[in-house]
Design a protein around this ligand. Structure first.
Ligand code: AMP
Length: 276
């Protein structure tokens, strides 16, 4: 496995790989089994597998956890080797001097839910993803359904800009107790972790209520919120699965999404509404 920390070295490597199928998994590092599932999904389909690890400052707000985002360069390298990654790209800086471009996705895809609670976040995501896709030039890139709204935003960017890459959405991976795997789980105390499980309990309660016939999106949200044991709730909402539109009645494929702070850690999770 090659480990590359300079943009120029990545571009030089890429120039030697013309005609080969390249798979790409962009991450912010501190890799876990959720990230590994994306690598494993792509590995059999591609000639070369590239993983990036870059904590992108553009997607963090001023009062967010950029400076304390967890890092583990050795652990990331070990995990990538174990999952047969060909190139790990972990730049210290990703943007060129004078960088002044942003990719903005407008409308309800970005102004609700995460977009409402993290202003500027999706612009940072869209910008870094566009730059990484341009540099890596993958045939196919994998993103996790853990970040459901992000996946929808990335699909929009790729269609709107006509980027020549296939976007593959991959299932959300949970710990045995149901907690969605996240690099940020490292910051949960044992008591926080127990309370964090209320997120998945809440999502499952919403899915169960839907299965029992409840179709009113507000009432479904209320059923979920009643299960939460968190320090701050940003949202728990049932939204259209494809475009995250707000719903009155759940009359199309939908997703229940939650974001909440437990202790000092902000967590997100989501679950399919069992549409038949
Ligand atoms: P991150 O390092 O958190 O930016 O995540 C990098 C990629 O891994 C994104 O596409 C995430 O959606 C995906 N990912 C993170 N956690 C999980 C998980 N628990 N299950 C599946 N994919 C995940």
């Amino acid at each position: 496995m090659e480990v590359v920390s300079e943009v120029a070295s990545l571009v030089a490597w890429r120039g030697d790989q013309r005609g080969r199928r390249i798979g790409f998994v962009p991450t912010m590092g501190f890799l876990h089994a959720g990230h590994a599932s994306l690598m494993d999904r792509l590995r059999p389909e591609v000639d070369l597998l590239v993983v990036s690890s870059y904590v992108n400052p553009l997607q963090f707000g001023q009062n967010e956890d950029l400076s304390r985002y967890p890092r583990d360069a050795d652990g990331d390298e070990r995990l990538c080797r174990a999952h047969r990654v060909d190139l790990l790209f972990r730049p210290d800086s990703l943007y060129p001097p004078g960088f002044s471009t942003a990719v903005t996705v407008h409308g309800s895809l970005t102004d609700r839910l995460e977009g409402e609670h993290r202003p500027g976040h999706f612009e940072g995501v869209a910008t870094v993803v566009a730059r990484l896709l341009a540099l890596v030039g993958p045939t196919v890139a994998a993103f996790g359904e853990k970040d459901w709204q992000q996946l929808a935003v990335v699909r929009r960017v790729v269609v709107d800009l006509g980027l020549p890459v296939e976007i593959l959405g991959c299932p959300l991976i949970r710990d045995a107790d149901g907690l969605a795997l996240s690099s940020r789980n490292k910051y949960l105390s044992p008591d926080d972790r127990r309370r964090a499980l209320s997120l998945v309990t809440a999502l499952r309660a919403v899915a169960a209520a839907f299965q029992q016939g409840e179709r009113d999106a507000d009432r479904l949200g209320g059923i979920g919120r009643a299960q939460l044991d968190v320090d701050r709730l940003d949202y728990l909402e049932v939204a259209a699965a494809a475009d995250l539109a707000a719903l009155d009645q759940v009359d199309r494929p939908a997703r229940v999404l939650v974001a909440a702070v437990v202790g000092s850690t902000r967590l997100i999770d989501n679950l399919a509404i069992p549409w038949t």
